[in-house]
Design a protein around this ligand. Sequence first.
Ligand SMILES: [Zn+2]
Length: 313
Amino acid sequence: MPLIAFHNTYAGNPLDRAGERRSDAAWIAARLADPASQALALWNGQPLATTTDGGGAVLHFISAPLAKAFAGGEEWLLFLGLRPDGVAVFAVDLEDAVDPSVGVLQPIGATFEGLRALAPRLDPQQAAIAAEAKAVFEWRRRHRFCPACGQPSQVADGGWKRVCSACAVEHFPRTDPVVIMLATQQHDGAERCLLGRQAVWPPGMFSTLAGFMEPGESIEEACARELYEEAGLEALAVRYHSSQPWPYPSNLMIGLIAEVAAGEGRPDQTELEAVRWFSKREASGLLRGEIEGLFAPPPFAIAHQLIKAWAAG
Ligand SMILES: [Zn+2]
């Protein structure tokens, strides 16, 4: 039965990850050798895709045996899962200095493109498949050596773990949680929300506040700490909205709506250079690009969805 949930971009992956199959090396090898199996190629983290007539994009899958030939070893392969029709889908990580789409893959006519630019043009389910592959490859790239003893580690379980060749400790892909929250407040008989901006952002862009969770914190506590540190606001109640896999490199954005106590707030000038309050009408206008000189993140960002959900509520 499908899960009823709000799917942000990069969520809603249609593949059955078939985790119980990953440790079956013979099964993985047979699927990889099957010409009917598919593979998504990523070059330096950028998926292979083609542009459609309407300006959209579709991922370009190559055959799994071809991907295996390019890969040159298990280190560069990942079993993503099974399509609803049972076809096995892999990913291959290409790290050559030279773009393979102008080399060995040129006859295909597809190009490698950064996922941030590509995702809004992809079907959401395809964006989720690309995010799965990118997040695991980014983790693998950063964890080639055992964190326990410093020796090289080897890929196992269809690409889903690394095993240290010296101390045999197993390491699994990380997902680093980030709290991202829309602060809301009762003010003069109506609700308003607070958005902030970082100095490095394009001029005029305002968004929700966010920060990495720290060890030993609950989600609610991380939300309250970040609101106080960045904007000087006291959280009263924290409500979960939705979450978003964010493969830059391997994060999970936990989307919250946080009611805060009275007070205007102030930017900390470290993370935020400015904060601004918006009524529901102003927030809706901001999302639609109707406030001159100001804009919010695009719909594929969870920040956009949090503002939209609150403004419509
Ligand atoms: Zn080790």
